[in-house]
Design a protein around this ligand. Sequence first.
Ligand SMILES: O=C(CO)[C@@H](O)[C@H](O)COP(=O)(O)O
Length: 233
Amino acid sequence: MIQPYADPTAATIRIAPSILSADAARLGEQVAEAERAGADRIHVDVMDGHFVPNLTFGPGIVKWLRPVTRLPLEVHLMVERPDDVLDAFSEAGADTLIVHVERSIHLNRTVQRIKGLGKRAGVAINPATPAVMIEEILPDLDLVLAMTVNPGFGGQSFLRGTLPKIRKLRSMIDAIGSPIDLEVDGGIDPETTPEVVAAGARVLVAGTSIYGSREGVAAAIRSLEQAAAVASR
Ligand SMILES: O=C(CO)[C@@H](O)[C@H](O)COP(=O)(O)O
C-alpha cells in the first residue's frame, strides 16, 4: 500500500528527494535509502528539452519505481505540453502531477483533468513569475511548487530573491485555510533550509544535497530535518 501524504497543515517539515541527482544505476536502492531515512515522497523531474534545456525521465521510470517504494511519487512536469502527458504519467502510477503555470494556458481545465484522474494537483511557479498568477486557481490545488532556481538542472545555487514570493504564497495559502502543500525546489541544503522554512515552505525538494552528499542519503536527510527544526523553533 502506498503511504499516505502527511497532513499539509502540520508544522512538520517534509523531505522530497529528487531522483534527478540519484545514481541511476542504483535507482531502486537510492529510493529505498530515502524511504528508510524518513523521506515523505519521491520527486520525479520530467524534462522535455523544450520547456527546459534538458531531457530526463518518461512515464516508464514512474511505472518502474511504483512497486519499488511505498512512498508517494510526485511528478514535476517541466514540459512544453503538459496536457499531452497527464494520462501516461497517471497510468504509470504518479500520485501527484505538477504542471507549470507558465505552460498551462487553460490551467483550470488542466487541474480539473488531474483531479479527474484521481491524482493530487500541483502547480509550479518559476522564479520570475509573480505569485498572483496562481491566485485564482489556488483553492483548487493540493500543492504549490515554488521554484527556487530556474528549472532545468540540479546543482544550481538557491535564488534568495524568491524568498518574498514564498512568504507571499504562505500568506495566500493561510488565508484560504485549506491544506495546500507549499513546496520549494532548487538549491535546498542545510544552509538554505532555515530561510525557506522561515518563509513558510513545508516540503523541501532536494537533489544534490541528498544524493550528492558524502555522508550518504540518511545523514543528508537528517541534516535537512535538523536545519528545518532550527528554523521552526
Ligand atoms: O526541478 C529541479 C531542477 O529543475 C529540481 O528538482 C532539481 O532536481 C533540484 O536539484 P538540486 O538543486 O537540489 O540539486
